[in-house]
Design a protein around this ligand. Structure first.
Ligand code: SAM
Length: 231
C-alpha cells in the first residue's frame, strides 16, 4: 500500500510527457537482450538498464530513438551515451550497494540513474550549467537521489573524496593524477583515454596509497573532457 502511494505521488510529480508503458518496457527488454548478445554479463547492470526509462531523456520528436543502441544529441553539443557504452563502463566499476561513486560528465543524467538504481551513492559533476540544471531537476522527479555539482570535474571533487569508484564519461588526454588520489584503496577508476577522435577504455585499480594497476581495454569515441586537467 505504502509503495503504491509513493508511486502515485512520483507519477503526479512528472508532467504528461513522462509515461512508461508496456511499449517502453518491452523496448527496454529488447535492448537488454541486444546488450547481452554484445557481451554485457553483469546481471545487476542489465537489471538497471531494464528499469531506467531512457526515453525520459529524449525530446518528443526523437522518442523513437530512445531504445536504439546509439548515442544521441542532448543539446549543447553533447550526447547521452550509447547504452552499450553505459553498460560497459558500469560493468567495469563492479558496483556494490552503498558504493560512493563520483561521475564526471553528468550529461543527461541517464548514467547517474543507472548507478543510483544499482544502489550507489552518486556524486555527479557537469561543466555545462544548462545540462546540470536539467539533470538536477529531472532525476529527483524520477525518484533517483544523487548529489549534483556544476563545474570542472577533470580534477574530481576533492572536498567530497574519497570515492569507492570514479567514472569519467568524456574522453581525456591522460589519466588525471587527482582522480587516482581521490580513490579509496581498492577503488576503481574507469576513464576513456586517447585523442579527440578515439579513446581506449582504461581501468585503474588503486592497490595502495602510492600504487595502482592500469588495464587498457576497447576503443570508444566520446566527446572531449574539457577543463584544467584535460583538453
Ligand atoms: N553520462 C552521460 C549520459 O548518460 O548522458 C553522458 C555524458 S556526455 C558523453 C559527456 C559529458 O561530460 C558532457 O555533458 C560534457 O559537458 C561533460 N564534460 C566534459 N568535460 C567536463 C568536465 N571537465 N567536468 C564536468 N563535465 C564535463
Amino acid at each position: 500500500m505504502i509503495t503504491i502511494i509513493i508511486n502515485i505521488t512520483l507519477a503526479l510529480q512528472m508532467d504528461g510527457k513522462y509515461k512508461d508503458g508496456y511499449r517502453e518496457q518491452g523496448a527496454r527488454k529488447a535492448l537488454v537482450e541486444e546488450l547481452r548478445k554484445k557481451g554485457i554479463e553483469d546481471e545487476n547492470v542489465l537489471k538497471a538498464i531494464a528499469k531506467v526509462p531512457r526515453h525520459y531523456f529524449f525530446e518528443d520528436t526523437f522518442l523513437n530513438q530512445a531504445y536504439k543502441d546509439i548515442a544521441f544529441q542532448i543539446g549543447e553539443g553533447q550526447t547521452i551515451s550509447q547504452p552499450y557504452t553505459v553498460a560497459y563502463q558500469t560493468q567495469l566499476l563492479h558496483i556494490h550497494r552503498d558504493d560512493k561513486v563520483l561521475e564526471i560528465g553528468t550529461g543527461s543524467g541517464y548514467q547517474t540513474c543507472i548507478l543510483a538504481e544499482m544502489g550507489a551513492k552518486v556524486y555527479t559533476i557537469e561543466r555545462i550549467e544548462k545540462l546540470y540544471l536539467q539533470a538536477a531537476t529531472l532525476l529527483p522527479k524520477m525518484g533517483y537521489k544523487a548529489r549534483f555539482f556544476c563545474g570542472d570535474g577533470s580534477k574530481g571533487i576533492a572536498k567530497r573524496a574519497p570515492y569507492d569508484k570514479i567514472i569519467v564519461t568524456a574522453g581525456a588526454p591522460t589519466v588525471p593524477d587527482e582522480l587516482i588520489k581521490q580513490l579509496n584503496i581498492g577503488g576503481i577508476l574507469v576513464i576513456p583515454v586517447g585523442d579527440q577522435k578515439s579513446q581506449k577504455m582504461v581501468t585503474v585499480l588503486k592497490t595502495s596509497e602510492t600504487a595502482y594497476e592500469k588495464i587498457v581495454l576497447d576503443t570508444f569515441r566520446f566527446v572531449p573532457l574539457l577543463g584544467d586537467k584535460a583538453w
